[in-house]
Design a protein around this ligand. Structure first.
Ligand code: ADP
Ligand code: MG
Ligand code: ZN
Length: 586
């Protein structure tokens, strides 16, 4: 396996060559610009999009490496609309394709798919459309399995090629070709057939995560001669990342104070969980003399654009928004993005916080990390296949005390990362990384016992009830049997989160016609606590844990079980770490 730590390759093109493609004097430029607005409802290109589109329209083969959520799809969808015939898109998952098709349908772009769940009739219609010179669709999404297994599909593609209807080939998640990538799919290995059979059709490979060695491998596998590689920088050096514990009583006060003082006369966004929260927090901020207005999906389109407009022209300072506020926002001088509630995934957080500092001036991204919010979001994403895992990654990002926030994001996105690059632009790096490692085995046993006892009498406990019970604030009938803790609520919450992230607890959902309830149940590792030799340690912020150290060691009745560790940022000098995707938490 080649070393994965090298940077992606320099484009074989010189910078000068590339410059030419950044411009808009091409024969297709006018149409491309017009459709960007009329079809996709977007006003401006993001970095590299125009270059990628121009290269692809010029018939070049291209690898595009861009972080998730930056808009890679547009780089083949727009060329597809501006070319004769149709574009063949290879995507690894049927669910991914369906998301795209749904979106394309909503903007009236004709697109179809051929996959294992297509009906006979659909397939027939699609196969006929492939060789119809009027091209009833502009994009055809297929799985790599289809290419590998369907001779019928290949024969239609060949015919289309000869009729000059096969305009372009897009291979999404192109890193799946390589065994050295993290998502290798055997059928991707067979996609070389496309370039061998259709050498004149330009190919674009897209990925968020590929090292140069993986890209080289993909190039070989796909049989592309000399692809041009465009790499969008992942790191946003001008953004300062910070996580604060959320105390629901004074969260809004803290936010108001920040806005009034640190961000005086500067524009920003406060992201909230729900439409109701958007209204409530906006009102709370207004009461504190801040020019804030809510924005959410349930508002009239005219009201939405009015808020957007007022904010863009600095008539209001803050938009208090749900995730609905995102599309088409291109204000350059956003100085702060504050999350009143954590995002549902790191992908979302990266994208939402990334709306700050587009002008390259410094900007802050602060997230308020609240216990109850975790379960609100967890219930909201209960239907999504990977919803809980993604949320856990976000919670782990917030719970983290000892790793650079940027490094965590880089690891998540499988980026090559050099610890020096943060430049003290996150709270962990800036505050000297101080934390305490504590043995929480005894605490874990106590709190797990509470849940165990409840379930033995068929009682389900919400996380809040578990906290209350452990703090001795539950119903009286329980108090005799429970070992009440002397830890603070914040500490109790933090330990419960730790146990949830590490599999000692797990989520137990229950559905009523109106809501989804979240209860805690024993996780797959809970039984390990019965073993006397099993121990659990946890890192806690020093600030929060000052009092705890004493209490934990007192209750352990022995020598202090807490150890202070501190790592100055200077320690990381010269260290290079190769980030790997965190799929499951330790
Ligand atoms: P990727 O495939 O890189 O993860 P997508 O293509 O799914 O990202 O796009 C992510 C989001 O970015 C979509 O909601 C898309 O509409 C939006 N987007 C793409 N290009 C632009 C642009 N030029 N301006 C604003 N939003 C854009
Ligand atoms: Mg994509
Ligand atoms: Zn950092």
């Amino acid at each position: 396996q080649p070393s994965g730590s090298s940077k992606p390759p320099k484009p074989s093109f010189s910078k000068q060559d590339l410059k030419h493609y950044e411009e808009s004097g091409f024969s297709w430029s006018e149409e491309v610009q017009a459709k960007l607005a009329s079809v996709f409802q977007l006003t401006k290109f993001r970095p590299l999009q125009r270059t990628a589109i121009n290269l692809s329209m010029s018939g070049k083969d291209l690898f595009l490496v861009m972080p998730t959520g930056r808009g890679k799809s547009l780089c083949y969808q727009l060329p597809a609309l501006c070319s004769k015939g149709y574009t063949l898109v290879i995507a690894p998952l049927v669910s991914l394709m369906e998301d795209q098709l749904m979106y394309l349908k909503s903007v009236n772009v004709p697109a179809v798919t051929l996959n294992s769940s297509s009906t006979k009739e659909d397939s027939k219609r699609v196969l006929a459309g492939m060789i119809d010179k009027n091209s009833p669709f502009k994009l055809l999404y297929v799985t790599p399995e289809k290419i590998a297994k369907s001779k019928l599909l290949m024969s239609k593609l060949e015919k289309a090629y000869n009729m000059s209807l096969l305009a372009r080939i897009a291979v999404d998640e192109v890193h799946c070709c390589s065994q050295w990538g993290h998502d290798f799919r055997p059928d991707y290995k067979l996609l070389g057939i496309l370039k061998r059979q259709f050498p004149k059709v330009p190919l674009v490979g897209l990925t968020a995560t590929a090292t140069s060695s993986v890209l080289k491998d993909c190039q070989k596998i796909l049989c592309v001669q000399e692809p041009i590689t465009l790499t969008a920088p992942f790191n946003r050096p001008n953004l300062y990342y910070e996580v604060r514990f959320k105390d629901s009583d004074d969260c809004t006060d803290q936010i108001a104070q920040l806005i009034r003082e640190r961000y005086k006369n500067q524009s920003g966004i406060v992201y909230v969980f729900s439409q109701k929260d958007a209204e409530a927090v906006a009102t709370d901020l207004q009461k504190r003399n801040i020019l804030a207005q809510p924005y959410h999906a349930n508002m009239e389109p005219s009201d939405k654009s009015l808020v957007h407009q007022r904010w863009s022209s600095k008539k209001i300072q803050v938009v208090v928004a749900t995730v609905a506020f995102g599309m088409g926002i291109d204000k350059a001088d956003v100085r702060f993005v504050i999350h009143h509630t954590i995002s549902k995934s790191i992908e979302n957080y990266y994208q939402e916080s990334g709306r700050a500092g587009r002008d390259d001036g410094s900007a802050d991204c602060i997230v308020f990390f609240g216990f109850a919010d975790i379960f609100r979001i967890s219930s909201m994403v209960v239907m999504e296949n990977t919803g809980q895992q993604k949320l856990q990654n976000m919670v782990a990002y917030c719970q983290n005390v000892d790793r650079c926030r940027r490094a965590m994001m880089a690891v998540h996105f499988d980026e090559v990362w050099d610890d020096d690059e943060c430049n003290q632009m996150c709270d962990v790096c800036r505050h000297g990384n101080e934390y305490i490692t504590m043995d929480i085995t005894k605490q874990a046993r106590d709190v797990v016992t509470i849940v165990e006892m409840a379930s033995s009498v068929d009682e389900k406990l919400t996380p809040l009830k578990v906290c209350d019970a452990w703090l001795g604030k539950g119903p009286a009938k329980h108090r005799k049997t429970i070992k009440v803790t002397s830890l603070s609520r914040l500490e109790v919450e933090s330990i419960i989160i730790h146990l949830l992230l590490h599999g000692y607890f797990s989520e137990d959902f229950s559905f009523t016609p109106y809501t989804t309830h979240f209860y805690l149940k024993l996780g797959r590792k809970a039984a390990l606590l019965k073993n006397e030799n099993h121990s659990i340690t946890m890192k806690m912020r020093r600030m929060m844990s000052q009092a705890t150290v004493k209490k934990v060691s007192e209750s352990a009745g022995e020598k202090s079980s807490a150890k202070v560790e501190g790592k100055r940022p200077a320690d990381s000098d010269g260290k290079k770490s190769v980030a790997k995707k965190v799929k499951t938490l330790p």
